[in-house]
Ligand binder design. Structure first.
Ligand SMILES: Nc1nc2c(c(=O)[nH]1)N[C@H]1C(S)=C(S)[C@@H](COP(=O)(O)OP(=O)(O)OC[C@H]3O[C@@H](n4cnc5c(=O)[nH]c(N)nc54)[C@H](O)[C@@H]3O)O[C@H]1N2
Ligand SMILES: Nc1nc2c(c(=O)[nH]1)N[C@H]1C(S)=C(S)[C@@H](COP(=O)(O)OP(=O)(O)OC[C@H]3O[C@@H](n4cnc5c(=O)[nH]c(N)nc54)[C@H](O)[C@@H]3O)O[C@H]1N2
Ligand SMILES: [Mo]
Length: 838
C-alpha cells in the first residue's frame, strides 16, 4: 500500500533530472542570515522566521490563507533551543559490555558522553555483529515516524537507505493513522480513499445541500501536512460555515471544530465506538421506508442482498432497527430516522475523519459509510457520496499542475563482502528503489506497524493478516529515527517490556524524548531549521515548491541525519558511502537535483506558461514557487468516471464494483471481520456488561501539537493544567467524584496510571473523558506517568485479523483526585535530560 500516493508521479519523472538544462550561473548561497527574515517550511506551514544576531526570535506564517489561527507556527525558537540532546551518548551498561548490556536497565541507567566518531564506530560494529550472528531478520528498522518535512531530511527513508544497503531489515506495513481503513477500503472500493484527492471544495460548496462531519476535527487536524502545509482547506471550511447549508457534526466531543461551527451546525453526540450501530439503523430505516436507490445498488455494487438479510435480522436474529441502535449509541430512534431521510432527500456529502476507525473493529466504520452512501445513491455525483480526507493535509483543495520534486529514496538491498560494498543484490530479488513515498514498505520482511510490541515480544508467533499469515522474526537490534514510539504506541507498559528485550537500540533524535531515553546509543541530530532542504506543499495539491532554507547554525554539535548515515556507511564498509551519496553528493547537490526534476517538467510544459529559473537563482531568492489549479482539477468529482461507465472505469475490486459483500473476505473466514459490514461490540465500551472502569477515554490528536512534537514548547503553557496534560471531564461526573477544574487527578486502569490536570466542562458527555495523545511519557518509580501520556492506558490489540490496526480510541479508565503515596515523587521530568546527560 502506498501512502501519500501524491508522490507517485515523482518516481516516473525522476529520470528527467539526468539532463540538467541550466546554464551555469552564480553559486547557491548557503550563508546564514544573521539579522533579517528567512523563508522555510515545516509540517505546520510555509514559515517566515525572524533572526536577530543569529538567533530565532519570531516565527509566523509566510502568508495568511484564512482567519483560522495556527499556533504551531509560532514556536520555532523553542523547537531549536529547548530539550535538546547535546552530545552523542551511550547507556553506561551498554558501553561497559555491549554483549551483555543489561537491557532491563533501559530508561533507568546512567548515560555517558562519547566522542561522535566513537559512537559511529560502536554502532557500525554492533550492527555488523548482529547481522553476522542473527541475519537480516534480526534488524528492526520499520521506524514509523512523522519526522520533519523535507525531500532530503526524511529521517526514516535515510535510515532505510542505510539498512537496505548494508543488507536489509525488518520493516512495517500500514500506519497508525488509517490502519483499518486503508486495508478494508481496497476490498470495498478498490482504493484507499483515505490518501486520495476528494471531490473538490468548489464542487461541494456549489452542489451539496447537507454536509456531514462524521468523527472529524478539521479545524485542529488541518494545521499540518506530511509535506509542508499549504493550509489550503481552512478557507473552504470558513465558506462552508457561512454558506447556509445544513451542517451536521457527529462526534461525542465538543471540539475546536464544533466551536468553529457554533450556531451554524447541529451536533449529534453518540456513545463512543458505536457509530456502526447508528449507521446500520439508518440503513435499516432507508430499506424499510423504500427510500434507497435500488438502481444504484444493482448497477454499481455487489452483495446488497446478503447485507439486507443481516440488516433485517435474518442472519443473527437481531433486526438493526433505529430502536435497537438507540440502546447502543444513545441517539434517539426518531433522530436516526430523520437523519437517514434527510441524507436521502438532499444532496449529501458525508465527510468522515479517521478517529472512529482507530477503535476495535475499526474496519467496519468506513465500510459502513460506503454502504450507506451506496444506498443514498449519490456516489459520483457532484457534492454527493463520501470523502475520507477532508480533515487531513488539504483534501478537497483543488490540485495544482506544475512540477513535482524528486525525493531521496530508500535504495535497495546491498551485498557486503569482506568489508566491501559489492552493489545491489538484484539477483536475489531485492525490492529496488521502491520508496519515494514515506511509508511505502521497502523491507523484505515486515509486519503491521501497530503490532510492533507484539512482534518484539513474541518471535516465532504467527499472525493472521488480511488473508496472509505472518511469522514474527526474532529481532535483536532496533534503530529508530524521526518517531516517538514510547509515546505513540498503545499500552506503554507492554511496550516498555518490548523495548527492554533486544540487545541494542539506537535512536537519532533532536530532543531527549522518552524514546531517546529508552535507547542505548543516541545521536543528537539537527531540527529541520538547522539544515537546508526542499519540499512540496499540501500533500494533495502540490501547490508550492518551498525552499526550506537553514535558519540558524546547527546547535549543540548536532549533525544532520544524512551526515550520521554517511558516517556510519564509512565505518561499515568500503565503498558504501560512495553508493549512499551517489558519488559524494552534498546536501545542496541533492536539493539542486530535486529542484531540477520539477523545473525541467515545468519548463518542458509550454502550456503552463511558467519559466522556472536556474536552481541557484531560485534558491538565492528564498521564495516559494506557487502553481495553480486547472479548470479540470477545480471540478473534480470522486467516482464520477466510475458512475459514468462502471465497466470501462471499473474499480480495483474483484467485481470491479463497490463490494458491500466481499467474497475475498468471506474466504478468510475471520470471526472478527465478516464478509459485510457488521456491528461488533468493542472489547471495552460504555454499553458492556461488567465494565472494568467507568469512563470511555478518547485520545484524539492534539490541536496544539503534532503528536508529541512541540510538547516542550511555550504552547504547552496554554493548555497544561496543574502542570500536566489536561483531561476533560463532564461537570456532573466531576461533581460526583469531587473533582474541580484545575485539580491534579490520577487516571488509571489495569494497564497503567498517569497524572493529569482536570478541565471540568461539557466538552465531553457523561462518562466520557478526553485526553489528547502525545504528552511525553514520563514515568516515576511506580510507573506513574507524571506528564499524562494517553497510551499508558490504551489497549494494544489489533482492530481485527483483517487489518491489525491500532485501537487507540477504545479504552475505559477511572479517574480520581490524586492522593500522593508516602514519599512518591511526582516532579515533572519529561523535558529534562536523563541521568548523566547535560
Ligand atoms: N493539530 C494536529 N493536526 C493533526 C495531527 C496532530 O497531531 N495535531 N495529526 C495528523 C495525523 S498523523 C493524523 S492521522 C490525523 C488524524 O485525524 P483523525 O484521526 O480524524 O483525528 P482524531 O483526533 O483521532 O479524531 C477525530 C475526531 O474523531 C472523534 N471520535 C473519536 N472516536 C469517535 C467515535 O467513536 N465516534 C465519533 N463519531 N467520533 C469519534 C474525536 O472526538 C475527534 O474529534 O490528523 C493529522 N493532523
Ligand atoms: N492514543 C493514541 N495514540 C496515537 C494516536 C491516537 O489517535 N491516539 N494516533 C497515532 C497516529 S495517527 C500517529 S501518526 C502516531 C504518530 O507517532 P510518531 O510519528 O511517533 O509521533 P511524533 O510525535 O510526530 O514523533 C516524531 C519524532 O521525530 C522527531 N523528529 C522530528 N524531526 C526529526 C528529524 O529530522 N530527525 C530525527 N531523527 N528525528 C526527528 C521528533 O522530535 C519526534 O520525537 O501516533 C499514534 N498514536
Ligand atoms: Mo497519523
Amino acid at each position: 500500500m502506498k501512502r501519500r500516493s501524491f508522490l507517485k508521479g515523482s518516481v516516473a519523472l525522476g529520470a528527467a533530472s539526468a539532463i540538467p538544462n541550466f546554464a551555469l550561473g552564480a553559486e547557491a548561497n548557503t550563508a546564514l542570515v544573521k539579522n533579517g527574515e528567512v523563508i522555510t517550511g515545516a509540517h505546520w506551514g510555509i514559515l517566515k522566521a525572524t533572526v536577530k544576531d543569529g538567533k530565532i526570535v519570531k516565527s509566523q506564517a509566510w502568508k495568511k490563507t484564512s482567519n483560522v489561527p495556527n499556533p504551531l507556527q509560532t514556536a520555532m525558537d523553542d523547537l531549536v533551543y529547548k530539550a535538546r540532546i547535546k552530545a552523542p551518548m551511550v547507556r553506561k551498561s551498554y558501553l561497559e559490555n555491549p554483549d551483555s548490556p543489561k537491557p532491563e536497565l533501559r530508561g533507568k541507567d546512567e548515560w555517558v558522553e562519547v566522542p561522535y566518531e566513537e559512537a559511529i564506530k560502536l554502532v557500525a560494529k554492533e550492527l555488523k555483529k548482529t547481522r553476522e550472528q542473527k541475519g537480516m531478520n534480526s534488524i528492526c528498522a520499520g521506524s514509523y515516524a512523522w519526522q520533519s518535512s523535507g525531500a532530503l531530511g526524511m529521517a526514516r527513508t535515510l535510515l532505510h537507505r542505510f539498512m537496505n544497503m548494508t543488507g536489509g531489515f525488518v520493516g512495517v506495513t500500514g500506519d497508525f493513522s488509517t490502519g483499518a481503513a486503508q486495508v478494508i477500503l481496497p476490498h470495498v472500493v478498490g482504493s484507499s480513499q483515505v490518501y486520495e484527492q476528494q471531490t473538490v471544495w468548489p464542487v461541494v460548496l456549489e452542489n451539496s445541500k447537507v454536509v456531514v462531519l462524521w468523527g472529524m476535527n478539521p479545524i485542529g487536524t488541518l494545521r499540518l501536512s506530511f509535506t509542508v502545509s499549504d493550509e489550503g482547506s481552512f478557507k473552504y471550511f470558513e465558506k462552508l460555515r457561512d454558506s447556509g447549508k445544513e451542517i451536521i457534526i457527529i462526534d461525542p466531543l465538543k471540539t475546536i471544530t464544533t466551536k468553529f461551527f457554533e450556531g451554524k451546525a447541529t451536533h449529534i453526540r453518540p456513545t463512543p465506538n458505536t457509530d456502526v450501530a447508528m449507521m446500520l439503523a439508518m440503513a435499516n430505516h432507508l430499506l424499510k421506508s423504500g427510500k434507497y436507490d435500488k438502481e444504484f445498488l444493482s448497477t454499481y455494487t455487489v452483495g446488497f442482498d446478503k447485507f439486507e438479510q443481516y440488516l433485517l435480522g435474518k442472519e443473527d436474529g437481531v433486526e438493526k432497527t433505529p430502536e435497537w441502535a438507540e440502546k447502543i449509541c444513545g441517539i434517539e430512534a426518531k433522530v436516526i430516522k430523520e437523519l437517514a431521510e434527510k441524507f436521502f432527500d438532499n444532496r449529501t456529502m458525508i465527510m468522515a475523519g479517521w478517529g472512529m476507525q482507530r477503535a476495535h473493529h475499526g474496519e467496519q466504520v468506513h465500510w459502513m459509510i460506503v454502504t450507506l452512501a451506496s444506498m443514498l445513491g449519490q456516489i459520483g455525483l457532484p457534492g454527493g457520496g463520501f470523502g475520507f480526507s477532508y480533515h487531513y493535509a488539504n483534501g478537497g483543495t483543488p490540485s495544482c499542475v506544475g512540477g513535482v520534486i524528486k525525493t531521496i529514496n530508500a535504495g535497495s538491498v546491498g551485498i557486503i563482502k569482506d568489508g566491501k560494498y559489492m552493489g545491489p543484490a538484484n539477483a536475489d530479488g531485492a525490492k529496488e528503489n521502491a520508496a519515494q513515498s514515506w511509508l511505502s514498505n521497502t523491507a523484505l520482511m515486515s509486519y503491521p506497524v501497530a503490532r510492533n510490541a507484539d512482534a518484539l515480544l513474541n518471535p516465532g508467533a504467527t499472525l493472521d493478516d488480511n488473508g496472509n499469515k505472518i511469522t514474527y522474526p526474532d529481532m535483536d537490534f532496533i534503530y529508530w529515527v524521526g518517531g516517538n514510539p514510547l509515546t505513540q504506541q498503545q499500552d506503554t507498559n507492554k511496550n516498555v517490556k518490548a523495548w527492554r528485550k533486544p540487545r541494542t537500540i539506537v535512536v537519532n533524535e533532536i530532543y531527549w524524548t522518552p524514546t531517546a531515553k529508552m535507547a542505548d546509543i543516541v545521536f543528537p541530530v539537527t531540527s529541520s531549521y538547522e539544515r537546508n532542504d526542499i519540499s512540496m506543499t499540501g500533500d494533495y495539491t502540490n501547490m508550492h515548491i518551498v525552499p526550506q532554507k537553514q535558519v540558524v547554525e546547527k546547535q549543540f554539535g548536532a549533525k544532520d541525519d544524512y551526515q550520521v548515515f554517511v558516517d556510519l556507511c564509512k565505518a561499515y564498509a568500503d565503498g558504501l558511502a560512495e553508493a549512499y551519496t551517489e558519488g559524494g553528493k552534498t546536501e545542496m547537490d541533492w536539493i539542486k537535483e530535486f529542484y531540477e526534476t520539477a523545473a525541467n517538467q515545468v519548463n518542458a510544459n509550454e502550456a503552463l506558461g511558467i519559466k522556472m529559473p536556474s536552481f541557484e537563482e531560485w534558491w538565492n531568492k528564498n521564495e516559494p514557487t506557487e502553481f495553480s489549479p486547472t479548470m479540470e482539477s477545480e471540478s473534480y468529482v470522486t467516482f464520477a468516471d466510475f458512475r459514468e461507465d462502471p465497466i470501462l472505469n471499473a474499480l480495483g475490486t474483484p467485481s470491479g464494483l463497490i463490494e458491500i459483500y466481499s467474497e475475498t473476505i468471506e474466504k478468510m473466514g475471520y470471526d472478527d471481520c465478516k464478509a459485510h459490514p457488521t456491528w461488533f461490540e468493542p472489547i471495552e465500551w460504555l454499553g458492556m456488561k461488567d465494565k472494568p472502569a467507568r469512563f470511555h477515554m478518547i485520545s484524539p490528536h492534539p490541536n496544539d501539537r503534532l503528536h508529541s512534537q512541540q510538547n516542550q514548547t511555550k504552547l504547552r503553557d496554554s493548555y497544561a493544567v496543574a502542570g500536566r496534560e489536561p483531561i476533560f471531564i463532564n461537570e456532573e461526573d466531576a461533581k460526583e467524584l469531587g473533582i474541580k477544574g484545575g485539580d491534579l487527578v490520577r487516571v488509571f486502569n489495569a494497564r497503567g496510571q498517569i497524572l493529569a490536570g482536570a478541565v471540568v466542562n461539557d466538552d465531553t458527555p457523561r462518562n466520557v473523558v478526553k485526553l489528547c495523545e502525545g504528552a511525553w511519557y514520563d514515568p516515576n518509580e511506580n510507573g506513574l506517568c507524571k506528564n499524562g501520556s494517553a497510551n499508558v492506558l490504551t489497549i494494544d490489540i489489533p482492530t481485527s485479523k483483517l487489518a491489525n490496526g491500532n485501537i487507540s480510541h477504545t479504552c475505559l479508565v477511572n479517574i480520581e483526585p490524586y492522593k500522593p503515596k508516602e514519599g512518591e515523587d511526582i516532579t515533572l521530568t519529561a523535558f529534562m535530560p536523563p541521568k548523566g546527560a547535560k
